[in-house]
Design a protein around this ligand. Structure first.
Ligand SMILES: [Zn+2]
Length: 301
């Protein structure tokens, strides 16, 4: 069944890119509402979280409908989707979702505080019929038919500190909370001057991002040895929620990012023959084997 929040919950933070202080309130919504962002500073005008409204995928995913824009939605969307929240109104008094600690963990905390309510409408999953692949500049992402959401993600930076990391994540809510939600966003010090010149990363600091210079990680510690690739899988889950329903498919991503993630969502929805809607019964879900412990996979040549 579809779910929403039991009650509203608020927090205050700054936008990673805008640097602006913003108050965010997560509110319950009726069945089939989806996730809708409301800009209280624009008279409550709204933009819904769906592919049609994707405006910018440069360093973060932004949504825009007319002149109503909301930036950096991906970590919030990942947390909502992982917690099974199909319907919510997200009120903001600024244009960017607060970055909080750079991960999805604080949003998980907020959702748990609010509580989760089951609604009287069936959830519709989006299942894949045919393999679909999107590629650009040696980077690619593909989705294969599967009765469960699984993500294989590989990052491969030309960098002494990060280089190649791969994970396999077989989706479950608890596994997301433990293994992906705490993974923080990251950036390279060498790019920060350029980002600032473009009006980005103005709210970034070591409290909300991992920062890497040419030789080392500037933060005192990592939350996981492979925190970088875990964060990319978190970003992907957020971007996949723009499909309009939870995905049943096996996604394999190699050096991807918001641009390829949202391109895959577009490629899936482009042809109706690519996918179908399905309602999974609780009995079917119970038969799905528990997740094996998430671990770094050996790199395939
Ligand atoms: Zn991110």
């Amino acid at each position: 069944m579809q779910k929403t929040l039991e009650q509203a919950v608020s927090c205050m933070g700054i936008g990673l890119h805008s640097g602006q202080k913003v108050q965010m309130r997560l509110c319950p919504a009726a069945a089939n509402t989806g996730i809708i962002f409301k800009r209280l500073d624009m008279g409550g005008r709204a933009v819904s979280a769906c592919l049609r409204n994707v405006a910018d995928v440069f360093y973060a995913t932004s949504l825009k409908d007319g002149d109503v824009e909301v930036q950096t939605v991906e970590h919030l969307l990942a947390a909502l989707s992982a917690m099974g929240i199909d319907n919510a109104i997200i009120e903001l008094d600024g244009k960017e979702v607060p970055i909080l600690d750079g991960s999805a963990a604080p949003v998980i905390f907020l959702i748990k505080e609010a509580g989760i309510r089951t609604l009287a409408a069936k959830r519709r999953y989006i299942a894949i019929r045919e393999p679909i692949k999107v590629e650009a500049d040696g980077k690619w992402i593909t989705v294969l038919p599967s009765d469960h959401l699984t993500i294989d993600y590989t990052v491969d930076f030309d960098h002494t500190v990060i280089s190649k990391q791969s994970i396999r994540f077989r989706f479950s809510r608890d596994e997301f909370i433990r293994e992906l939600a705490p993974a923080r966003t990251f950036g390279f010090l060498s790019e920060i001057r350029q980002l600032l010149a473009m009006g980005l990363a103005k709210g970034g600091c070591l409290d909300n991002a991992i920062v890497v210079n040419d030789h080392r990680i500037l933060n005192p510690y990592l939350r996981f040895e492979d925190e970088f690739v875990r964060h990319k899988a978190l970003d992907l889950l957020g971007d996949l929620s723009l499909l309009g329903g939870p995905l049943l498919g096996h996604v394999i991503a190699y050096r991807a990012g918001h641009s390829l993630h949202t391109a895959l969502v577009g490629a899936i929805l482009e042809e109706e023959s690519n996918w179908y809607e399905t309602e999974l019964s609780r009995d079917v879900l119970k038969t799905i084997a528990p997740n094996p412990r998430l671990k770094t996979l050996p790199i395939r040549a």
